[in-house]
Design a protein around this ligand. Structure first.
Ligand SMILES: Nc1nc2c(ncn2[C@@H]2O[C@H](COP(=O)(O)OP(=O)(O)OP(=O)(O)O)[C@@H](O)[C@H]2O)c(=O)[nH]1
Ligand SMILES: [Zn+2]
Length: 355
């Protein structure tokens, strides 16, 4: 296997040089389980753990490796290795960790494109699409919209849905497909590019797994064949979260993708709600919340129909969630910092003490 098959390119090469990692083996994390990793390299798949130093210097969960990461490794036998460093990421999909308010859990990194999947029957909801768009824009991932299950509605209804969608969302490609009748699937396959990394986002039941199966079928079989030859250093796992497609694309699919929420940060609001941001520049007050202020250009635009009413309401709702999320993260960081300080003070005290 070549590293390029897993998305290695000039950018990663430059990062490797910039970080003085020429002496190390480079690999991509394809699976993570409780701080143990499977990393793919030119020499095959390796199990990996992180160095004590990496653990010691890590301030938050974000500093630990995640699926999709490019890492610098030291191999110590044909199957095992140690992760010395995580290369800087081009994108990061994260969410608020369960039960630990303010803690961030990384789901995957270095994703180029996300397919936002919705089913056109009961699931269709533009507010939710805007929500996923915001997540993508925040995470530096290019969004693409997939309307799935078009076999369940007639052409006229589909056209209406598309029109409604285009009224609120522009500049994001939309694909109407059916995983059952395979309508539109070929066009979708065509836009998947070699060496680019993709993921699928969407509610339960919209057809993400079915679509991943359609896109990966033969590649999964191929991977299995390679493992059967069991070259030296080849680790044989059947479960992977980073999957190679026939046409050279790469898909990351893991359970965390199913649970992504707005809590993963909605700093991408500006990009998602571009029209609102454009109007907001004309608001009388710089810190206008666009809710009650006199001279608010956003409210005025909503009143004359220049901004879609539902889009505006959705924006306000997500803005509120973003504020809440940011304040819990800030609080958590402050607490961690205070605790860190306390530990340091205690250590100093111990050092200076004669006992
Ligand atoms: N009619 C129709 N049914 C579909 C289509 N795609 C998927 N389904 C069905 O929808 C159901 C849910 O599909 P899944 O692929 O499991 O959905 P998912 O998004 O992976 O769901 P989670 O794993 O819960 O997140 C299954 O019964 C599929 O057979 C489609 O294009 N048309
Ligand atoms: Zn305003």
């Amino acid at each position: 296997m070549k590293l390029e098959d897993f998305g290695y390119n000039n950018k990663i090469e430059t990062l490797k040089k910039e970080n003085n990692l020429e002496a190390f083996e480079i690999g991509r994390v394809i699976l993570e389980h409780k701080e143990r990793y499977i990393v793919t390299t030119v020499q095959g798949e390796y199990e990996a753990e992180i160095t004590g130093n990496l653990r010691y210097t890590a301030n938050t969960r974000e500093d630990f490796p995640a699926v999709g990461d490019w890492v610098a490794l030291v191999m110590y036998d044909s199957y095992n290795s140690i992760i010395h460093k995580v290369l800087p990421r081009s994108s990061m999909l994260a969410r608020q960790a369960v039960g630990q308010s303010g803690d961030i859990q990384i789901i995957a990194t270095n994703i180029d494109y996300a397919f936002i999947v919705q089913a056109v029957d009961r699931d269709f909801n533009i507010n939710r699409i805007e929500r996923y768009l915001t997540i993508c824009n925040t995470s530096n991932i290019q969004p693409l919209i997939i309307l799935n299950k078009i076999d369940l509605i007639d052409k006229l209804s589909l056209n209406t849905l598309m029109d409604d969608l285009k009224k609120r969302i522009n500049a994001v490609p939309i694909f109407a497909i059916s995983s059952i009748s395979k309508q539109g699937v070929e066009q979708l396959k065509e836009i998947i590019s070699k060496g680019k990394t993709y993921c699928l986002l969407g509610s339960s039941g919209v057809g993400k797994s079915t679509l991943v199966n359609i896109l990966t079928n033969t590649s999964l079989m191929k991977t299995k064949n390679i493992s059967e030859h069991s070259k030296k250093g080849q680790h044989t796992t059947t479960h992977r979260e980073l999957i190679l497609l026939d046409n050279g694309g790469i898909i990351i699919d893991n359970p965390g993708m199913r649970e992504i929420g707005i809590a993963s940060g909605s700093y991408g609001l500006e990009k998602t709600f571009e029209t609102i941001y454009e109007y907001s520049k004309q608001c009388r007050f710089k810190d206008c919340t666009h809710t009650i202020e006199i001279g608010c250009a956003v409210i005025a635009a909503v009143d004359i129909g220049e901004i879609d009413q539902s889009s505006y309401e959705n924006y306000l709702k997500m803005q509120k969630e973003k504020d809440h999320f940011e304040s819990t993260v800030a609080e958590k960081r402050k607490k961690d910092k205070n605790f860190g300080k306390m530990v340091k003070q205690f250590k100093n005290l111990k050092k200076s003490s004669k006992f």
